[in-house]
Design a protein. Structure first.
Length: 160
């Protein structure tokens, strides 16, 4: 199967993901020089920092965002890498691939947005401009990823 063209939504998500990764990297690099010694490296269930580390850790989270972006973008270029049911038609395979590629961009968007938010909040907390990331931030992130994965699984069962 050839790689079908990307939809407008996929292009928008790809652009948003690119901007998010570049923004997180630039923000972290610029902020690095204005940070004092420590930044938050872990948060408790209330969204308050409970561990701190060297300011160099501020570059780690944007690097994870870059890795996620490259991984999901790379995977979306290989339609033959997906495992299809044996009795699926070529048309069904193409529909499933288009949907899966879109959902990878959606998942990447959710993850990169969360990591960008964490990068900004880590800097804000280190500069005493904020106390934490918010009580429900982690829960909302986990819920959004789980809901997206469930939607992918349910929808993929419909392709024939």
């Amino acid at each position: 199967m050839t790689n079908p063209p990307k939809s407008t939504v996929e292009k928008i998500l790809f652009t948003a993901n690119s901007v998010g990764v570049i923004g997180a990297l630039l923000y972290a690099i610029i902020a690095y020089f204005s940070l004092s010694g420590e930044i938050p490296t872990h948060y408790n269930f209330q969204g308050e920092p409970d561990q701190f580390g060297d300011k160099g850790f501020i570059l780690f989270i944007p690097c994870i965002a870059l890795f996620i972006f490259l991984l999901f973008t790379g995977l979306s270029h290989f339609p033959d890498g997906l495992t299809y049911p044996k009795n699926m038609s070529e048309e069904g395979k193409e529909k499933m691939f288009r949907f899966t590629r879109l959902m990878m961009q959606v998942l990447a968007f959710e993850i990169i947005s969360f990591l960008l938010y964490l990068t900004v909040m880590d800097v804000q907390i280190a500069q005493d401009n904020a106390k934490g990331i918010g009580t429900y931030t982690g829960y909302l992130f986990i819920a959004s990823v789980i809901i997206t994965v469930i939607a992918i699984m349910v929808t993929c069962r419909k392709f024939k």
